[in-house]
Design a protein. Sequence first.
Length: 342
Amino acid sequence: MTDGQIGINLTRHIHEKQKQYPEATGELTGILNQLAFAAKIVSREVNKAGLVEILGLTGEKNIQGEQVMKLDVFANDVFLNILGKSGHFCVMASEEEEDVIHVPEGYKRGRYAIALDPLDGSSNIDVNVNIGTIFSIHRRVSDGDEGCERDIMQAGRKLVAAGYIVYGSSTMLVMSTGNGVHGFTLDPSVGEFLESHTNIRIPARGKTYSINEGNYPYWSIGIRKYIDHLKEKDKESGRPYSGRYIGSMVADMHRTLLKGGIFMYPADKKDPKKPHGKLRLLYECSPMAFLCEQAGGAASTGNGAVLDVEPTQLHQRVPFFAGSMEDVRLVEDYIRRYDDGD
Ligand code: AHM
Ligand code: MG
């Protein structure tokens, strides 16, 4: 039993923030409510995933003889369905879809565009590791009724809002509308996201680094030297950095936002088809970069701020270094010193 003091929910939080901006239309409240609604549905299914395994329902058909949908396809359907009919968006993009997605016939086209990774890290579902949804929202820039790719393909600097939902030991929504970064934890008993982390700030410097070190032989000299450096005894702490890598971007970034340190997915020479690393600009790197900067940290491609990259392709990839300001500056320095022209 609590003393009746219940944290404020997501709707009230946005509402309160918007009061500071008389020109705000209140539309962001509606958008975040719709995102939260979709997140609750996906969260329910993610929590059932382990159980489904035990009950043997992961085959092609379930006991009713119905097709069992893969969770990432399910999450994609849920988000696109709810957001597409919300009246807030003119066009959408998803990691799961090659082209932009238009609002279904008969539904209002709105003033915003959204890019999504509906279920990032989905290869981790089988092993009960945190996965997440990432979103980024821009104001539309095109004229006419239908939105188009141009509305989605805007630099992160112009984001109106961005965030992620992490499905873990609890489900959390972490977001920014350009007013700091705030976290909300889903209370399943009342079905509401309640404010749990107000104004998250990344420490200026952290103690951990997060990277897939199996790619070491494929990295540039600068990245290899930087990682070698982190393993040396630090002059201040007398200890090397600790390695922490889950392999699920949302989970790795969530820890980095709260505790500091650096998360990286650099370019590597493993696959000539992916010369810029693995992570996608528009719905993975850009929204996370927005959150990092809003929390007082930094996010870089190694060669400038992620938020300043002008997108050229819907699914383009960029090298990504994000987290504590001093840690990000140091890796940039190594890249400048050793990889110039590499
Ligand atoms: P996905 O979009 O196919 O799920 O891949 C993205 C995921 C990120 O969550 C994570 O940071 C990265 O892939 C891990 O990649 P790797 O296995 O190469 O370390
Ligand atoms: Mg992804």
